[in-house]
Ligand binder design. Sequence first.
Ligand SMILES: Cc1cc2nc3c(=O)[nH]c(=O)nc-3n(C[C@H](O)[C@H](O)[C@H](O)COP(=O)(O)OP(=O)(O)OC[C@H]3O[C@@H](n4cnc5c(N)ncnc54)[C@H](O)[C@@H]3O)c2cc1C
Length: 362
Amino acid sequence: PTCLFFLALPPRNLPRAKTRPPRLSRWGKGLGESRQRAPDTHNLPLLELPSKARPFEAAMPTNGRPNMPKFHTLRVKEVRRETPECVSISFEVPEELRSEFAFLPGQHLTLKAELDGEELRRNYSICTAPQEGELRVAVKKLEGGRFSTFANERLSPGTELEVMTPSGSFHTPLSAEHRKHYVAFAAGSGITPIISILKAVLHTEPHSRFTLFYCNRTKESTIFREELEALKNRFLDRLSLYFLFTREKPGIELFHGRIDAPKLKALSEKLLDLEDVDEVFVCGPEPMIRAVRETLPALGFPERHIHFELFTSPSGPLVPQAAGPAKARPQVVAQVEVTLDGNRYDLELTSNGESLLEAGLR
Ligand SMILES: Cc1cc2nc3c(=O)[nH]c(=O)nc-3n(C[C@H](O)[C@H](O)[C@H](O)COP(=O)(O)OP(=O)(O)OC[C@H]3O[C@@H](n4cnc5c(N)ncnc54)[C@H](O)[C@@H]3O)c2cc1C
């Protein structure tokens, strides 16, 4: 059965009302970043796209209620090898379903397939920007992983899959008026929603900048490396790109090793003026998300401006817990809307009581 929960609460991550002109002085200092004159990228198309590509742009829900997600059968258009362990998959979206598959950068699709007699459902973040007019996800093969192995080894164009309309709240409202500096930390397949947001920002906000710190084992295992480098060449003045490797020595020690608390402190000291950052996006392994959520606030960056997406169930609370016994904290009551097999139920959930699942089952 389909069981979806929507918290009818105001969005957690409101943008900071701040308009600051782009500032380039500290970026890439001493690290050999290209200093050549940047082209005027404001009116360039995002990527070289076929002229018939039409955007999949979705309006931000204004009533706090996203559209009800629904499965449709879509045909796989292309399976492209991105790295030895990752393929990206694009879908043919028939004209009559285009509006249902409109998405916000950072959202994901749920794919449903029957493998060896068992129905599997897996989420995959959309790795294109809505403006590209293409619905594409990337699947990294996990050792022993059923769906990801199937996608990497057996999936071919023409196969039909059940695909749920886009969902997820890993995004922020974009506007051509913004003059923001976005920073993202990604590792491995965590790049998928981040590259969608990055491309959408560069396309939609001509006065905003984006800085990406992206960690992988090696250059070869870095998903979308060439695409990111091409974007860097195109948006020289607005995109700063830093690759970190754990199993290769990149020459500069700062770019060797995982994104953990000491690395975040070092990056903040040498490359990142947190005062100058508006919003942070983070997607990757749980320890990296924890490190960002704990270290940046400790360095003075407001926690409410950190957006995160976790691909696995957390092993404990991801939000740093306030000191003192839980009972001492004020109780919050949330209105929850549950959709189960197409039926809607409304219920109340208290922060000190049942979990979402327990309340939903009640
Ligand atoms: C919002 C969201 C977005 C996501 N986006 C992406 C994305 O863009 N790209 C991407 O690649 N992934 C993404 N994921 C992760 C994805 O949904 C899958 O979880 C992932 O592909 C693994 O699925 P699988 O069927 O291959 O692995 P599974 O078969 O579910 O196995 C997962 C892991 O558990 C191990 N395992 C399985 N069974 C057992 C067992 N009995 N005992 C011990 N270990 C076991 C496997 O070896 C494997 O390492 C996302 C997840 C979420 C929640």
